[in-house]
Design a protein around this ligand. Structure first.
Ligand code: NCD
Length: 647
């Protein structure tokens, strides 16, 4: 019996162009076989498992139909939310187990990068049937198959992408493929639903490709004179519009160009973080769009399901080809399965830039900035993994999440062996590469995080003590006094300390407030680097719901204000406090964001290059001496140009 080689289709880029062409040939052959009702035994004895953590009609049923038509069998979990996943089983465990029941897994999942994770843990091959807003490679195969059938070729076609280009995964896979086939893309996103930067970066870096973005309004007004879109050809594919090899500046104005296809998409409302983010106006595509001289040859495509963006009046127009795209699901997916059986073992992976993954030595490890990344949801076993980013940004080190492709901009880097940290700049690039090679790169979002991880600035000037234990005690007393005088109704108040020193301070404040008023305030801690459970009860507090409470956020020092701002945003995400107050032990007088503390222990104006370091005794039961409380200031010498001196 034929077996599937371990060849995963996570991205459309897992298939080389020649392989896609071959799959289309097979699809033609299977279309014929289906018409003739031939019985096929291509997948005889093989079992496909369809694991769907999100709703699906076309993708799952056409995959299953394809497998049946090939003589194979199917086991299906069409609603994984009712499976063991609901009991908390990880994706890794699920696919490992299912691999022993099936020869091939087709997975749909709401989180970006889920298919990559599944492919790494499943011994059998995994096909991505849609992972969050990232990719949907087999839909692209259907789209391209039908588009090429209608137009005869793909190279040089001009395709307008309309609607939700931000969360539409079918659009992202389609962009990667159209770029490689040398088609021209015109993006016409609904306001706020632009093609994400990480997608643009990827086609730019991998295919030297870029495309124009116009608003839907502009697209409508341009429909009659589309040549305006091509005045600045920036990639070889757009040269197809020109007839000579002359330098771009000397070229004659490009010949007027017609649109070959509109690819309309549904607003991916399930991926909007909150309903407030929904655009006021979404595309409504109807027959009028096809009436201009430059659009009357265009076909109208849609991955389906449609909601209101595509008028039903179009359905009877021969240029509406969306039902053909859906119908292609069976022969194209048959072709993909057959191709995997016959050819995948010999397949040539397209040449992707093989940058190594970066092993980071930071505690805590940096998180992927994408809130929907699988690494955030399966954190129990997935270690965040990055490669060097594609984007270049002067004084930021760009890292790219290996699961979801999103870029993380890093401002501070550290060297794990010498435990020094540096503000990143271009002069450090070669060192950072070296540290990556020796696995000693650490990255930090803030200086505070670096210092809390035990790193010291690369070079520091002399230190001076600015507050001793008694002065710290007086400042905390002063904070407590200000809060008691200001808060009209203490029974509604809650103290929330920013981990770690803000949390220690919150507990001290609680005790002092209780000593003054007899009111025992609930206390919580907020961890600005945590994902889930960012707000936790402190010292036995029972109810830490923030709704309708007066929250007093407590931190030791405001440096840039960034930490406090993030803590506020996290609390705001948890609920709707009646009010938020900010208490800080030390205000340095300058900050990067407009935040003003309500209660200040002590104002200590310092130069920007100076760092304030707060050391607080950890409570160890009564009597609390606090004898080790101490606040010092030192200056940081920047930029730090000679890391070899650091050891
Ligand atoms: C798409 C999907 O699930 O991404 N549907 C499909 O597979 N044809 C598009 C969508 O849901 O809008």
């Amino acid at each position: 019996m034929m077996r599937f080689p371990k060849y995963d289709i996570v991205s459309i880029d897992d298939l080389a162009l020649r392989e896609i062409e071959r799959i289309f040939e097979l699809a033609d052959r299977f279309s014929g076989a289906l018409e003739r009702s031939e019985r096929l035994a291509v997948a005889d004895g093989l079992i496909m498992a369809t694991l769907f953590y999100e709703p699906s009609t076309r993708t799952r049923l056409s995959f299953e139909s394809a497998m049946h038509r090939l003589g194979g069998s199917v086991i299906s979990a069409p609603d994984m939310r009712s499976s063991s996943a609901a009991k908390g089983e990880t994706l890794a465990d699920t696919v490992r187990v299912v691999s022993s029941y099936a020869d091939l897994i087709v997975l749909r999942h709401p989180h970006d990068g889920a298919a990559r994770v599944a492919s790494e843990y499943a011994p059998c091959p995994v096909i991505n049937a849609g992972d969050g807003s990232r990719e949907h490679p087999t839909q692209t195969l259907c789209d391209l198959y039908i588009l090429r059938k209608k137009k005869g070729h793909l190279r040089g076609l001009t395709v307008a992408l309309c609607g939700d280009l931000k969360y539409g995964r079918t659009v992202h896979s389609l962009i990667y493929a159209l770029a490689r086939f040398g088609a021209n893309i015109v993006a016409a996103p609904t306001a706020g639903m632009d093609v994400p930067d990480y997608v643009l970066e990827r086609v730019r870096a991998d295919s030297n490709y870029s495309f124009s973005t116009v608003s839907m309004e502009e697209l409508k007004s341009l429909a009659g004179r589309l040549d305006a879109l091509y005045l600045t050809p920036s990639a070889p594919h757009q040269m197809a519009l020109f007839t000579s090899e002359m330098p771009i500046e000397k070229l004659p104005a490009p010949a007027p160009k017609a649109l070959d296809a509109f690819y309309v998409t549904r607003l991916q409302s399930e991926r909007l973080a909150n309903k407030g983010a929904a655009p006021d106006e979404y595309v409504r595509f109807d027959a009028r769009a096809l009436r201009t001289s430059r659009t009357h040859e265009a076909v109208v495509m849609h991955p389906l399901p449609r909601t209101t963006e595509l008028a039903y009046e179009l359905d009877t127009d021969p240029r509406a080809i969306y039902f053909e795209q859906a119908a292609a699901g069976v022969p194209v997916r048959m072709a993909l399965i057959a191709w995997m059986l016959e050819h995948a073992a010999r397949a040539e992976r397209p040449a992707m830039p093989a940058l190594p993954t970066v092993r980071l030595r930071a505690e805590p490890a940096p998180r992927c900035p994408n809130a929907n990344c699988i690494s955030r949801f399966e954190a129990g076993y997935l270690v965040p993994r990055f490669r060097l980013g594609r984007a270049v940004a002067g004084n930021l080190l760009m890292l790219r999440c290996d699961y979801c492709d999103r870029e993380l901009a890093v401002e501070f880097v550290g060297h794990a062996r010498t435990r020094r940290y540096y503000r990143f700049d271009e002069s450090l690039v070669s060192y950072v590469h070296e540290w990556i090679n020796e696995s000693s790169l650490a990255v930090f979002e803030t200086v505070k995080q670096a210092e809390e991880s035990g790193y010291e600035p690369y070079r520091r000037g002399p230190q001076r003590e600015i507050m001793n234990a008694e002065q710290v005690a007086a400042a905390v007393e002063s904070l407590a006094g200000q809060a008691v005088a200001d808060l009209p109704d203490l029974s509604r108040a809650m103290l929330v300390g920013v981990i770690s020193r803000g949390a220690l301070l919150a507990l001290r404040l609680r005790d002092l407030i209780e000593a003054r008023t007899g009111v025992h305030l609930p206390c919580a801690a907020v961890d600005v680097y945590a994902g889930a459970d960012a707000v936790r009860p402190l010292d036995g507090a029972e109810d830490v719901a923030v709704d309708d409470r007066v929250i007093v956020l407590v931190d030791d020092v405001i440096n840039s204000g960034w930490t406090v701002q993030r803590a506020m945003a996290m609390l705001w995400q948890k609920g709707r406090p009646a009010e938020m107050k900010l208490a800080v032990l030390i205000d340095r007088g300058h900050r990067a964001v407009p935040i003003r503390p309500n209660y200040v222990g002590k104002n200590i104006p310092t130069a920007r290059s100076e760092r304030v370091q707060v050391r607080l005794d950890v409570p160890d039961g009564a009597p609390r001496t606090r004898s080790r409380d101490r606040i010092t200031v030192y200056s940081m010498v920047e930029p730090m140009k000679q890391p070899e001196d650091a050891s």
